[in-house]
Design a protein around this ligand. Structure first.
Ligand code: AMP
Ligand code: MG
Length: 348
């Protein structure tokens, strides 16, 4: 099967979004943009369609999916109740990059939630995503569009090789806005627990409740057989094929010196090392194999996955990435980087 491809970059083509919505209604898969990363979507109410997402991605069956909605009416059909804190979160952050865990309704097939009694839901803010859900008149289950374990897709060019032919329709909306997956939260009493950090930060969530906790697995390593709040935390994630290492120190000079030292050692062993660094540090590295990841943390969030994928095409032995402070969106960047590096990191 060849995927039907629609390039929406320059204008929104209503007809094509409608055609893609028909595919969703017919139980087929559609690749579509959201403001966070690209998604691979199916009718969340159709068990067979949802199963085909797991097959296309090679995703573990016990890793539940996020269901995307375009209205509160749609949300109400799939969840049991909407608590007060959840209401405030919705009013403040939806449509947007925040996923909320709710008690699920029976209407959802078990495969979507991996048999949990809860479901993760988000209302995306990308115009193509919104229209796709609206036109299909169905909640759309959609994980990130990538083979499981690989970096998420932030532009179609990066993921077309691994997903073309596995989906019926590709809606290409160009480079996404954010570049990291949504923040995932679960409410317990007055507590907002961050299961996965993202663009919506701890500091922003503190405006809704004073008690915001970061799950220990956000920065920690999941031990074998450990029961986790969010099943996705157990798996290898966001990883390029090339070996990767993160180096961080609050003291930027210390960080730069350490990276230069590692580069020297590696070069002595004839290894090809790529440095991914912020623009402001670029000239401080001795190596000539170095790429800018952007000036701000927002730039970095947007660029990181596409650069890791690009590095995989260059026959590099080691990628060294500058770490960042765990504040604001920096927490989400650190969470992704330590997994991309398979926990191979140095903090000085
Ligand atoms: P993605 O593959 O980027 O769509 O990731 C979705 C994330 O949401 C994974 O880490 C899942 O484990 C998590 N998730 C989905 N549903 C639930 C749920 N009901 N409870 C807790 N975490 C969930
Ligand atoms: Mg993913």
């Amino acid at each position: 099967m060849i995927s039907k491809y629609s390039n929406q970059k320059n204008e929104i083509k209503e007809n094509e979004i409608k055609e893609a919505a028909e595919e969703i209604k017919n139980g087929k898969l559609v690749l579509f943009p959201t403001e966070t990363v690209y998604g691979i979507g199916a009718n969340a109410l159709n068990a067979d369609a949802v199963k085909s997402i797991f097959v296309a991605k090679g995703r573990a069956q016990d890793n539940p999916l996020i269901v995307h909605v375009s209205s509160i009416e749609m949300l109400k059909k799939i969840v049991k109740e909407i608590g007060d804190i959840e209401k405030k979160l919705i009013e403040t952050f939806w449509p947007g990059p925040l996923t909320i865990i709710f008690k699920r309704n029976e209407i959802l097939p078990n495969v979507v939630t991996a048999n949990l009694d809860t479901v993760a839901v988000r209302m995306p803010n990308n115009i193509i995503a919104k229209k796709l859900i609206e036109y299909s008149e169905l909640p759309i289950a959609a994980p990130s569009a990538n083979i499981s374990g690989r970096p998420s897709g932030t532009k179609v060019e990066d993921i077309i090789e691994e997903l073309d032919g596995k989906v019926s329709y590709i809606l290409d909306g160009g480079f996404v806005d954010i570049g990291l997956e949504s923040t995932v939260v679960k409410i317990e009493g007055e507590n907002i627990n961050i299961l996965r950090p993202g663009k919506i930060t701890k500091e922003q969530l503190e405006q809704i409740s004073k008690q915001v906790k970061i799950d220990k697995n956000v920065l920690g390593k999941v031990e074998k057989n450990e029961v986790v709040a969010s099943p996705g935390m157990k798996y290898k994630h966001y990883a390029p094929k090339t070996e990767c290492m993160m180096v961080y120190s609050e003291n930027q000079n210390k960080m730069i010196n350490k990276i230069n030292e590692i580069v020297k050692q590696q070069k002595a062993e004839n290894k090809k090392v790529l440095i991914l660094c912020r623009n402001q540090n670029f000239d401080k590295y001795i190596s000539n194999l170095k790429w800018n990841i952007g000036k701000t943390l927002e730039d970095m969030a947007k660029n990181i996955f596409t650069l890791l994928r690009k590095a995989d095409k260059e026959n590099i032995d080691l990628i060294i990435i500058e770490g960042v402070e765990n504040k604001g969106i920096g927490l989400a960047i650190t969470n992704r980087l330590i997994r991309s590096c398979a926990y191979n990191y140095i903090v000085l």
